[in-house]
Design a binder for this molecule. Structure first.
Ligand code: NAD
Length: 446
């Protein structure tokens, strides 16, 4: 199929490359040349394990293209997948500006592009959007643009469940493929588009076609639950630490309770959740509660606990001696360069605000590796952190009184073992026995 992918960030670039790798003719569109440029040159515009190779292969095979021109992407295309950002507004609601713009771009491009042979084009939202968006916002924009000859549009919501750092594996093995639509042709198009996912698993095609609002709400339910699991595990860690309990061990056994049938993911006591999805999607649900004049105390508490988790670490640092800190890990988790709402960024800013001297090392957010949009993000939004970023973990640790370790890699662990400071605070829970045996080692949450 010919597929247009609008938005080439973490979701769009993985989607575009995986579809191209499975035989589809894919045209990615982005308004940002820092996303389009790398792809046209055969590179990934974001850091995601395996993506650089997949983009290179797709471009070399002539099946993956990137452009800022929606018309080129829409030319004879069967499907548009909308993967643009849906950030929080200042009030916590979901900013749908980019969704509106992308839909308008598609509707306007249809006036200058050749329609597909069938005359039918599916517009599918993969971004996370509140219930009602497809029916109200997408439909309204389509109604505002005069119909283009030869193109009939059908709409759907098909939420994406990949996680940064394991984006490719997640794309090929989603927990489910859910399509919210009232249009049977869109359901068929998406079943064809994603057939390779099920073929790889050796299963029959199992696309679940549901009501549009169900598909929109599903993603919020998933993210609210993941966030709740993190806050739950962190609360267990926070209280049982006073009794000398290793709550990682408690959680390891806890998940064996078959009556819970619960996966161990998101249940490791440690640091706060962050990134571009869980905090914003929780805020979005809480905003929906406010506009409907209802309370969601569990989810409000989940956010409050997360905030306390960062504050706890600041309090621990302040309670100890020394002003020189090595922060190992800056992104919100392992194997990604995404700094949006990273709790480590928040922690660094608070400590700098309290007068501590920080040196920061991150295996990926590394001065010599930062490129494109992420380099722009660091230079424009985090210049105070850019000044203390180093690409050498030994340099970060030199003269440090304290190491705080969140997301990290073997180079950082080796450096820690070679030149350990007198105190190490482990936020990751996965540094291994050698580091845990260092004098002055403290785990957060156990
Ligand atoms: P991102 O910010 O990394 O990328 C969004 C891209 O959309 C940007 O490159 C931006 O320039 C582009 N864009 C904006 N307007 C455009 C337009 N009119 N035409 C073309 N491109 C346009 O965002 P992301 O992390 O990939 O997330 C995208 C959506 O998917 C969000 O709704 C998010 O909640 C959801 N989601 C994200 C993840 C994740 O792990 N990042 C996982 C599942 C779902």
């Amino acid at each position: 199929m010919k597929v247009a992918v609008f938005g080439l960030g973490y979701v769009g670039s993985v989607t575009a490359a995986c579809l191209a790798a499975n035989g589809h003719d894919v045209w990615g569109v982005d308004v940002d040349t820092a996303k389009v440029g790398p792809i046209t040159e055969g590179h990934s515009p974001v850091v995601e394990p395996g993506l650089d190779e997949l983009v290179a292969d797709g471009v070399a095979a002539g099946r993956l293209h990137a452009t800022t021109d929606p018309r080129l992407a829409l030319e004879r295309a069967d499907v548009s997948l909308i993967c643009v950002g849906t950030p929080s507004t200042a009030a916590g609601s979901t900013d749908l500006t980019y969704i509106r713009r992308a839909v308008r771009d598609i509707a306007e491009a249809a006036h200058v592009a050749e329609p597909p042979e069938s005359g039918f084009h599916s517009i599918v939202v993969r971004s996370t959007v509140p219930p009602g968006t497809v029916d109200e916002v997408v439909a309204r924009v389509l109604a505002e643009v005069p119909a283009a000859e030869g193109f009939t549009f059908g709409t759907a919501m098909c939420p994406e469940f990949l996680r940064e750092g394991s984006g490719l594996a997640d794309f090929y093995d989603p927990p489910f493929v859910v399509v919210g639509t009232r249009n049977a042709k869109v359901g068929t198009a998406l079943t064809d588009l994603f057939a390779f996912i099920f073929e790889r698993r050796g299963l029959g095609v199992d696309v679940q076609v549901v009501d549009i609002r169900t598909a929109e709400a599903l993603k919020y339910a998933c993210n609210a639950f993941h966030a709740t699991k993190v806050s739950f595990a962190n609360e267990m860690g926070r209280i049982f630490r006073y009794y000398g309990v290793d709550s990682r061990e408690v959680m390891r056994i806890f998940v064996q309770d078959t009556s819970l049938n619960i996966s161990p993911y998101y249940l490791r006591p440690g640091f706060a959740f962050g990134g571009s999805c869980l905090p914003k999607d929780l805020r979005s649900v809480l905003h929906l509660a406010r506009v409907n004049d209802t309370d969601l105390p569990l989810l409000a508490g989940t956010l409050a606990t997360n905030e306390l988790t960062v504050r706890d670490v600041v309090d621990r640092v302040v309670a100890g001696p020394g002003r020189e800190i090595a922060l190992l890990g800056l992104s919100f988790k392992h194997a990604t360069d995404d700094l949006r709402e990273s709790p480590s960024v928040e922690l660094a800013e608070r400590l700098i605000g309290k007068g501590y001297n920080l040196r920061i090392y991150d295996a990926i957010v590394n001065p010599s590796r930062l490129v494109g949009a992420n380099l722009r993000h660091v230079t424009s939004k985090l210049p105070h952190l850019q000044r203390v970023l180093t690409d050498d973990p030994i340099a970060a640790l030199a003269g440090a009184d304290l190491a705080i370790v969140s997301a990290t890699d073997t180079a950082a662990i080796d450096a820690l073992l070679t030149t350990p400071p007198s105190r190490t605070i482990d936020l990751s829970g996965r540094l291994g026995n050698a580091v845990e045996a260092l004098p002055g080692y403290e785990g957060v949450g156990w």
